[in-house]
Design a protein. Structure first.
Length: 441
């Protein structure tokens, strides 16, 4: 969940209205591309579609329109801003980060309609107070603070009306825009990734499923030191409303001003939790949005939020990841190549140049991970990966179809890494990895 802007705007709910919004967005960007392209030609420069599309002006328009639409449209924009935040030009990254930092709340009449449908007409009598101003808002719903008659303080997540029904059309429409953008290799098959996005977003829009995932995750953690989860109130939760205990806390980014030791401890705990998720429990909360981690100054614990994207991994997959890490940390290039083949990152048809570029990129990562202490604040790994990734993209027109589980794992790992960079933490990652690599499956 993200912060809230003061502006309330109706969520476009119908398929036609949402298609119109995306169509208007595409048309506006296309017009600006044409103008910018003519300007480049007039200066004797060769216009390049990727650089024209990813301008600050176009990024601002994309961010504003996706924030208005919410739902799958905004969610996919959030993923772009999260995963490309340290790869895109800084000005454009800041604009797209608006999708993480703020969202447009729904009008009051829509809020009352959702609550009345979920709880009936007399629900207000059961509450001492209910703040209609949201304390957080995101792509699928917004959060309100309330107090029941018995004194319990709650955080109540309320889903935007029509969002669940818009997922399929949003994903299809955004897929069309991506294909037309010129940002994808010509032979790239987007269909399996769009299907996975649809399935994941449907899960995230089912708050009853999220409530079950929260209970299972809490039981899995078993009181892991340094963390706490809200409790779900099933009697006040439905498919579109999720009621939880309210836990006083601050944004995880507030630790930026904390002493180095405190930042290091928080990041070490988050990395240890991530590795436990993967290798011990094979159950990972795959949404690394910073807003899903909050810090309690009084106890020092990290509050974990948002369990709509919990994903269970097959044991064979986690063992393949373990083999990959073991080979990389050992510096065994042959074993590393065998591991990337087993994971589907290269195929028999992959060119030697693509294989070499991928292995070189992996070597950059493992060279950094072998350090006794990894300093997120001074590391240039992200810049190196950006350059290596560009060479990788040039080495092959279209990469092989990557397993969806691997994409979700990469998404979580990338988000955790970006948080470590934000906190400028220093962590012995190699020691944490060794604890898990030494265990049998």
């Amino acid at each position: 969940m993200t912060a809230v802007r003061n502006l309330t705007r109706k969520v476009p709910a119908g398929r036609i209205s949402r298609l119109h919004r995306l169509g208007a967005l595409a048309t506006g960007i296309a017009g600006r591309l044409a103008v910018d392209g003519v300007r480049k030609l007039s200066r004797g420069e060769s216009p390049e579609l990727r650089s024209l599309l990813l301008t600050p002006t176009n990024a601002r328009r994309i961010a504003e329109d996706l924030a208005h639409m919410r739902g799958a449209a905004m969610k996919m924009g959030q993923l772009l801003s999260m995963e490309a935040g340290d790869v895109l030009p800084p000005e454009m990254a800041r604009i797209l980060a608006r999708l993480r930092d703020a969202a447009d709340p729904m009008p009051l009449r829509h809020l009352k309609g959702v609550l009345r449908e979920a709880w009936g007409d007399g629900w207000r009598r059961e509450f001492q107070s209910f703040d209609t101003r949201p304390i957080a808002a995101a792509s699928i719903g917004q959060v309100h603070r309330a107090r029941l008659r018995d004194g319990r303080e709650l955080a109540i997540k309320v889903q935007y009306p029509g969002i669940a029904e818009s997922i399929d059309s949003d994903v299809a429409n955004l897929g069309s825009l991506l294909r037309l953008s010129g940002l994808l290799p010509r032979d790239f098959d987007l269909a399996p990734y769009l299907a996975a996005a649809r399935a994941q977003l449907r899960d995230e829009a089912n708050y009853e499923q999220e409530a079950r995932a929260m209970a299972s995750y809490a039981a899995m953690m078993g009181g892991t030191e340094g963390f706490v989860l809200p409790d779900v109130l099933p009697e006040w939760s439905t498919r579109s409303v999720l009621s939880m205990t309210y836990l006083p806390s601050r944004p995880i980014e507030s630790l930026e001003q904390a002493p180095q030791a405190e930042r290091d401890l928080a990041m070490q705990r988050l990395l240890a939790l991530f590795l436990d998720e993967v290798f011990t429990h094979r159950t990972v909360q795959t949404d690394p949005n910073f807003a899903n981690y909050r810090h309690c100054p009084r106890t020092g614990r990290i509050v974990l939020l948002d369990f709509g994207a919990v994903r269970e991994f097959d044991p064979a997959f986690t063992e393949a990841i373990r083999d990959l890490l073991a080979a990389g940390l050992a510096g065994d290039r042959s074993a590393l190549e065998a591991s990337v083949e087993a994971l589907g990152l290269v195929s028999p048809g992959s060119s030697p140049a693509f294989r070499a570029a991928l292995l070189d990129l992996a070597a950059l990562v493992f060279d950094a991970l072998r350090l006794e202490t990894f300093d997120f604040g001074t590391s240039d790994l992200l810049a190196l990966l950006r350059d290596a990734g560009q060479r990788l993209a040039e080495a092959q027109a279209a990469p092989p179809e990557v397993p969806i589980d691997l994409l979700y794992l990469q998404r979580k790992a990338g988000g955790v890494f970006l948080l470590g960079t934000r906190l400028r933490a220093r962590v012995g990652i190699s020691a944490l990895l060794s604890q898990h690599l030494s265990r049998s499956g």
